[in-house]
Design a binder for this molecule. Structure first.
Ligand SMILES: C[S@@+](CC[C@H](N)C(=O)[O-])C[C@H]1O[C@@H](n2cnc3c(N)ncnc32)[C@H](O)[C@@H]1O
Length: 211
């Protein structure tokens, strides 16, 4: 897509996000992921890594609230939801969501997770976290993969059969990371959401049914 057309698309999606009350265009990426993989099915305990400005948290809250009514049956359900969002940058608070400002690669963060969810396992972990890009595709990709391995460690907080979404950059080491995901999840899929910039090498990996 020519640069001007790409910019126009970005602008149009941005305006659409604002109209719908979302804090960022990224909301549509998560909605695309939901449409394809139904990741929010029976999700009540949700952790969102790298949340600022908070549009994924807004989407997560919408589905968690729906789930309270939709899945009030004899199968796995809860009468409340818990959502935690974390970022190194400030997250403008959202009602009924626990937002914290912290580096999620630190041991202190893991203590916070255990405290907030009271030691219970999570239904869904989302990560749209991304390193600060330098513009050098090779080193950026290497740094992002390094971050992704740290994020993957946090899937120890997921319940058996829990779901996981993570943003990775395609390039060297991508295949190895994909294989690592395969070891942890019964099903691994990838998706480049429609709303994602065509030129960027970002792609989302979806781990379904944690082993
Ligand atoms: C693309 S933004 C997320 C956008 C968000 N999903 C939304 O919809 O509003 C990526 C975020 O990851 C955060 N991040 C990257 N590494 C992090 C880390 N180690 N700890 C906490 N946040 C981190 C960045 O600060 C940045 O705000």
């Amino acid at each position: 897509m020519p640069k001007a057309a790409e910019e126009h698309k970005k602008d149009a999606v941005y305006k659409q996000a604002k109209r719908k009350g979302y804090r960022a265009r990224s909301a549509f990426k998560l909605l695309d992921l939901q449409k394809r993989f139904n990741i929010f099915k029976r999700s009540f305990y949700i952790l969102d890594l790298g949340s600022t400005p908070g549009s994924w948290l807004q989407v997560a809250k919408k589905f968690a609230e729906k789930n309270l009514l939709k899945y009030n049956d004899k199968y796995y359900h809860r009468d409340h939801y818990k959502i935690m969002g974390i970022d190194i940058k400030r997250i403008t608070p959202i009602e009924n969501i626990n937002t914290i400002r912290m580096d999620f690669t630190t041991p202190e963060f893991q203590i916070e997770v255990k405290k907030y969810f009271e030691g219970e396992k999570l239904d869904l972990i989302l990560s749209d976290a991304s390193i600060k890009k330098s513009g050098n595709k090779f080193s950026d990709q290497a740094m992002q993969i390094k971050l992704c391995y740290k994020i993957l460690e946090l899937t120890k907080f997921l319940k058996f059969k829990g779901n996981f979404v993570i943003k990775v950059f395609q390039g060297a080491d991508y295949d190895d990371f994909y294989k690592k995901m395969k070891q942890k999840f019964s099903i691994v899929k990838s998706l480049k959401p429609k709303s994602s910039n065509k030129k960027s090498n970002e792609i989302y990996l979806i781990g379904l049914k944690k082993k």
